[in-house]
Design a binder for this molecule. Structure first.
Ligand code: BUJ
Length: 664
């Protein structure tokens, strides 16, 4: 009786809440922003194309930091300097001029947007491991709410609220606030009424240290998928979508979450749908079509055509057009690196659909991760969604673990998605399954948490937290392998219209100088100079600070569109694809190849909702380095393939953090 009473009470509360939301005019939204979602979109500044001389200078300087790498020595550097001089006399100015002219003719986008989309969509490599990263949510602080069906339902409801908010364009614009003044009501009102011309809306924001970010990627966040096609994939969106696709044990389900008029089904009804799927006792589906999303893109494209020809058009349409993919995984995720990476980075492939713009994966013990396709967008859009969902599910959950399911319409809301598979399809799926098992079996992971340093500690020491982490990665690599490595740190350029990312080349001359000095006096070495020799320590401290200052400088440059990588990529693309004039010598040079064979691919993000994240290496002999600076620690999660000693690198980074801590 008591249980029934509490269920009735919570139902009444839900009805009250939903009628409150309905009476506010728009049903089921996250919030109602004063400023429209795309308020600043037309006023965003354009991504600059750096000066050719600056790009060449930065390229050579960055190459010099790699000296000691097996392919980089004083002779190869001077060869590259010569190649740069030749480039500056002939191809360079011509390609740069054409890039600038092309950019002027396309004022509503950035010079990098199309080549970057093409780069992703033309790659034939499988999406998992090569492109899709993952993020893991912190657990709901209210532990009973981590019951999988409850958490899953709350996430679905919050995601649909996000969809409604975005569709109604009342999701607040994404703004990078350096100061709080622009957050004031007066400022927001002023900006709201300024006309949409001549950057009038943008200027007062920027003057107050607030930078509106590009929101074009939000259009491909929900109801979206990548479609495999021969030689170049496509992105498709289905804005009117009313269902999600759920996967469990390799079986697919279409779960309707909105009625025909666009009204969201009640949370208790959605919970019933989730329970229904969790109760499905069919064995694991070895013939899951999902395995095809783990293969190279041309193989998948031809099998997809075949599937369409053999009666699977509606089933594929149900998957493609879903708002997002929700995986109900059978695995219990343990609190260890192996378990996080294997569940959220790749899984076994039967219960994932790597083409969807993103999938949410709920484990049997209520751990939740997000795995996203990368062509359509970058960290800013994904993190906005990720954070909003965490806040909404934890602060305004649609239901509790005690809420009972409403089963009345469950048969109508949940429909299995069936595929008709002939021998050819089954054979392709079987091959994909075997290959994926072997590829993922070669992945290795290791992580560390260093508790003596954290965000506050580093701020108090007046060093940039990111600069210190990047330095520790440099020192760790140098100490373990004895030479520097081509390093990529991802930096958003979303402060510009249709900006994507720029590379921060963290392997700087300054970082290498500090790395060598730290390695020489390391606390883990016999001659422990960092701890025992004060003048040595003071000298190393100066080198650490110089390295951090340099890192700050190149980070600002990258965020302002003044790195060198995208400019070079743009010129190469111009020569090869627009002019069809072949690859200029500079880009065939060994140095360019070495610089772009990224051994240390690194990325970080700051969010109160993330507990873990990562991605695979971008080259077979590389490392995928996810790292974070938190209130309680600094840490990293690193992947590699079996030929590299990832545990050794992580141990070395951990000991480098100890060295830096000793010096600071
Ligand atoms: O640069 C780009 O254009 C996009 C990059 C590509 N790449 C991943 C190859 C660098 N994409 C991103 O940077 C998005 C990555 C999103 C995942 C980031 C993971 C961050 C990990 C944080 C937590 C780690 C803490 C571990 C503690 C044990």
């Amino acid at each position: 009786i008591l249980r029934k009473q509490s269920a009735l009470l919570s139902k009444a509360r839900q009805m009250q809440n939903s009628s409150k939301r309905l009476s506010s005019g728009i049903a089921d939204v996250l919030h109602h922003s004063k400023l429209k979602t795309y308020h600043f979109q037309n006023c965003l500044p354009r991504l600059p194309i750096p000066k050719l001389e600056d790009t060449m200078h930065k390229y050579v300087t960055s190459l010099k930091a790699l000296e000691g790498h097996s392919n980089v020595n004083s002779r190869s550097i001077s060869d590259t300097e010569k190649a740069v001089r030749v480039f500056m006399q002939h191809d360079g100015p011509e390609l740069h001029k054409l890039l600038v002219a092309h950019d002027r003719q396309n004022p509503n986008t950035s010079y990098i947007a199309k080549p970057w989309f093409d780069m992703y969509l033309e790659s034939r490599l499988p999406l998992p491991l090569n492109y899709n990263p993952f993020l893991v949510y912190k657990r709901d602080p209210n532990e009973p709410m981590n019951d999988p069906a409850t958490r899953c339902t709350n996430i679905i409801v919050s995601a649909v609220r996000f969809q409604n908010t975005l569709n109604s364009e009342i999701l607040s614009p994404e703004v990078y606030y350096m100061k709080n003044t622009a957050k004031s009501a007066a400022m927001q009102t002023l900006v709201k009424y300024l006309p949409n011309t001549l950057k009038l809306r943008y200027i007062p924001m920027a003057l107050n240290g607030a930078f509106p970010l590009d929101m074009s990627q939000f259009e491909n966040l929900l109801n979206a998928t990548r479609i495999p096609c021969q030689d170049k994939d496509e992105l498709r969106t289905y804005p009117k979508s009313r269902h999600i696709v759920a996967v469990r044990n390799g079986h697919f389900y279409k779960v309707e979450v909105k009625d025909l008029s666009g009204r969201t089904h009640s949370p208790a009804q959605i919970k019933a749908s989730i329970h229904r799927i969790l109760q499905d006792k069919r064995p694991h589906n070895e013939d899951s079509v999902a395995y095809m999303t783990t293969t190279d893109r041309n193989t998948w494209a031809s099998i997809r055509d075949h599937l369409l020809d053999t009666g699977n058009m509606n089933s594929l349409a149900d998957v493609d057009s879903a708002i997002f993919c929700m995986v109900l995984d059978d695995t219990k995720v343990e609190d260890d690196t192996e378990s996080y990476n294997s569940t959220f980075l790749h899984g076994d492939g039967a219960s994932r659909w790597f083409d969807k713009s993103f999938s949410l994966i709920v484990s049997s013990n209520g751990e939740v991760g997000l795995n996203f396709e990368h062509a359509w967008g970058d960290g800013v859009a994904v993190m906005r969604f990720f954070n909003e969902i965490f806040d909404d599910t934890t602060l305004k959950p649609a239901l509790t673990n005690e809420t009972e399911s409403d089963n009345e319409l469950v048969e109508q809301h949940v429909k299995p998605i069936k595929f008709c598979l002939d021998d050819r399809s089954k054979q392709a799926i079987s091959e994909a399954r075997h290959r994926y098992k072997s590829d993922t079996g070669r992945l290795r992971v290791a992580s560390c948490e260093f508790l003596d340093m954290n965000k506050d500690y580093l701020k108090k020491k007046k060093v940039s937290p990111d600069g210190i982490m990047q330095l520790a990665i440099q020192v760790g690599h140098y100490k373990f392998f004895g030479h520097p490595a081509a390093t990529y740190e991802s930096c958003s350029t979303s402060a510009f219209k249709h900006g994507r990312t720029e590379t921060i080349r963290s392997c700087t001359l300054e970082a290498q100088k500090a790395a060598r000095a730290i390695a020489m006096g390391s606390v883990s070495s016999v001659n422990n100079k960092l701890a025992s020799d004060e003048s040595y320590r003071a000298n190393v401290e100066q080198l650490i600070r110089k390295s951090c200052n340099k890192h700050n400088e190149i980070t600002k440059d990258a965020a302002m569109g003044k790195g060198f990588d995208r400019h070079m990529f743009g010129m190469k693309n111009m020569a090869e694809r627009i002019l069809n004039s072949g690859t200029p010598a500079l880009f065939k040079d060994d140095s360019y190849i070495t610089m772009n064979h990224i051994i240390l691919s690194t990325s970080t993000l700051a969010s109160h909702a993330v507990s873990m994240g990562g991605f695979a290496p971008v080259v077979p002999d590389g490392f995928g380095v996810g790292y974070g600076v938190r209130d309680t620690m600094v840490g990293c999660n690193i992947t590699s393939y079996e030929t590299r000693d990832v545990q050794g690198l992580v141990d070395s980074i951990e000991s480098s953090l100890r060295d830096i801590y000793t010096v600071l």
